[in-house]
Design a protein. Sequence first.
Length: 242
Amino acid sequence: MQPNVLIAVKNLTKVYGKANLAVKVLDVGNLAIRRGELVALTGPSGCGKTTLLNLLGALDRPTAGDIFFAGKRFTSQRETALCRFRREKIGFIFQTYHLIPTLSALKNVLAPALPLGKDYRKRALALLGMVGLTGKENRRPGALSGGEQQRVAIARALLLDPELILADEPTGNLDSAAGAGIIDLLKELNQQGKTVLVATHDQRVADNCGRNIRLVDGQVISHCKSRQDIVKNRQNPAAFKQ
Ligand SMILES: Nc1ncnc2c1ncn2[C@@H]1O[C@H](COP(=O)(O)OP(=O)(O)OP(=O)(O)O)[C@@H](O)[C@H]1O
Ligand SMILES: [Mg+2]
């Protein structure tokens, strides 16, 4: 496996249900995401985007096949090892934020550090500043807009400095302006070196990614450069490297 590949899958399948109710919803032969990529995962509703993200982030186990993170196969690991892997290596961002409603923004950001017994308060405050929420640290999610709640979720995803960010429809519940702010943040994180895979129906998100992976009926049907890169390529082919 190439050293610059962060996450790769081989012959990955997911079947939901048993016996004559079994349905194969994912069947991906080969897929690799390199360190530092910003990739969109697109495709019609029900094509398997969330299923794939859940498998890549070890939130769920595949029916068959392997997933490698930094060259190491994690598919067969025990739950305790997977739990640690998830906490240390992956930052999750969800469409509906998944914040704890009774906790302040700051405490939500600190939640992933609870089992670690180390003080992350300074880092959490810095991250809330980075996502533009200075002054709103003590507000509960109910007193924040959708865009602000998603910013809290992004700060939380970054708390333990994961290598890979998996975002599932991060702009799906947001209006156009708030969505644009989240896209800018994801791009900024990527420019800071994070590898980002984002499942999306939002063409603006896909256009801002370096590569689009398109799934249909659980299968990868194309990997293409984003529309922005295609336009750049037409304008200045010499500047476009494969
Ligand atoms: N727990 C489950 N049990 C049974 N079937 C499931 C389960 N989760 C998802 N599915 C099915 O798997 C298929 C893929 O679902 P998935 O949620 O991955 O699609 P998606 O591409 O994320 O869709 P959307 O764009 O609507 O979010 C769908 O047909 C869905 O009904
Ligand atoms: Mg989904």
